[in-house]
Design a protein around this ligand. Structure first.
Ligand SMILES: Nc1ncnc2c1ncn2[C@@H]1O[C@H](COP(=O)(O)OP(=O)(O)OP(=O)(O)O)[C@@H](O)[C@H]1O
Ligand SMILES: [Mg+2]
Length: 400
């Protein structure tokens, strides 16, 4: 798919801007701070209803305004769809599809699919586990929008269970009433958690081979890149059941998902989760918080035999984060392989960070995408092989 036109009203630095884009490669060039990322952020927003830079919508509204509009014309094979999202401070966002009556913003999810790589993605490798969990969860929801509800259920039960643990701790000991309520929450948590876990394991197994291949083709790798799910539910599991080549986690003690977990059904995962909750109950009551479950899991990324976090060089970190996004791009493409339905690939500020060889390699990896949108401060950072149309971004204006 591709976006042929984007229009921004009171979005970030733009009072009003119109950007014409074409299929294939589009390069947005302009000095630091002129508003290149703002444009790709708006496009990403249409796909995910969230920004890759901020967790709430307020900074997306142009200073002093209380409403922003992002409009786009999306071409998917022969089908043209016009999308409009209204972002309003302190109110539910609304959307319109093909200029019809407003609908809930989330009704447009799935119409545009993007994979956005930006400097913030270094956190996928270097940052705390929540970055890696979010990466898996977001891809899962893109592939299976119904999973958003499961995730919501899990968060809700977790909150209530934590509140109960906290109040039990404050009371000094667990009353019988507390105990039976905790049993109920355990059942609910295990049920929703097992589904979250199953989804993540599946997404990671889809991603893994593509991530390894993308890293190898980007980085001339004498080191192989791997990803292992680190599961707190299985923390007590015998390490001998781990895949033979799986290294220990960062702290040397955490375990990676044993094979038994990868093959387990959702029901089996639910049983394992329940058993883990029973095992850790005393510790949890002491701490007043839920210590096992998908909300505490991580993905261990390795280069060669060492964990990437804490060991990888800056360039290696960059290439590995990029490899994860390129893998997500492949997985999404496979999910809907119809011609003209491929996701839009957005590369924000990536070329300046790569050496000449890696630039050329990245250019050839992304060559076949339906649409690639690249931002760069200087045109010479973008390898010639990438080709495409260059657009000049000056403060508030985009021109061809
Ligand atoms: N809500 C807002 N209202 C008005 N201006 C904003 C808002 N949010 C950000 N800006 C401005 O937008 C500009 C940043 O735009 P953007 O991040 O798109 O730059 P860029 O072209 O990607 O720069 P770089 O090359 O440094 O990445 C900054 O000057 C910032 O002050
Ligand atoms: Mg930028």
């Amino acid at each position: 798919m591709y976006i042929s036109h984007v229009s921004l009203t009171d979005f970030r630095s733009y009072a009003q801007a119109d950007v014409e884009l074409g299929p294939g490669t589009n390069v947005l060039v302009g000095s630091n701070g002129v508003g290149k990322t703002n444009i790709v952020e708006a496009i990403g927003y249409l796909a995910t209803l969230s920004s890759h830079r901020v967790t709430n919508d307020a900074p997306l509204l142009r200073f002093g305004t209380d409403r922003a509009l992002v409009r786009a014309r999306v071409q998917r094979a022969k089908l043209v769809t016009t999308l409009e999202v209204e972002i309003t401070a302190g109110k539910a966002n609304r959307a319109r599809i093909n200029r019809a009556n407003p609908v809930r913003a989330r009704d447009i999810l799935g119409i545009v699919r993007t994979v956005l790589f930006a400097p913030e993605d270094l956190a996928l490798v270097k940052g705390d586990p929540s970055n890696r969990r979010r990466f898996l969860d977001e891809l899962l929801v893109t592939l299976r929008p119904g999973e958003a509800a499961t995730r919501g259920d899990y968060e809700r039960v977790l909150k209530q269970r934590n509140a109960l643990l906290k109040s039990a701790r404050a009371g000094g000991k667990l009353s019988t009433a507390h105990e039976s309520t905790l049993d109920v929450w355990d059942t609910h948590l295990a049920r929703a958690g097992a589904r979250v876990l199953r989804g993540r394991l599946e997404v990671l197994s889809l991603l893994s081979p593509y991530m390894g291949a993308a890293y190898a083709s980007l980085a001339d790798a004498n080191k192989e890149a791997h990803a292992y799910y680190q599961c707190t539910v299985m923390a007590d599991f015998d390490a001998e059941d781990s895949p033979a080549d799986a290294p220990a986690g960062e702290d040397g003690t955490s375990r990676v998902a044993p094979a038994v977990l990868l093959d387990a059904t959702t029901e089996e995962l639910e049983e394992m989760f329940l058993a883990a909750l029973l095992n850790t109950r005393d510790k949890e009551l002491e701490r007043g918080i839920t210590l096992v479950g998908p909300h505490r899991d991580d993905v261990l990324l390795t280069l060669g035999s060492a964990p990437a976090k804490g060991y990888a060089s800056h360039g290696e970190t960059w290439s590995l984060a990029l490899a994860l996004r390129l893998a997500a791009y492949k997985v999404m493409g496979e999910d809907d392989p119809r011609p003209g339905a491929g996701p839009i690939l957005i590369l924000d500020d990536v070329f300046a960070e790569l050496d000449a060889t890696r630039r050329t390699r990245l250019a050839s990896i992304v060559a076949g995408a339906d649409q690639v949108i690249v931002t760069a401060a200087v045109a010479s950072d973008v390898p010639e092989e990438l080709g495409g149309t260059f657009l000049k971004v000056s403060p508030g204006v985009v021109s061809s």
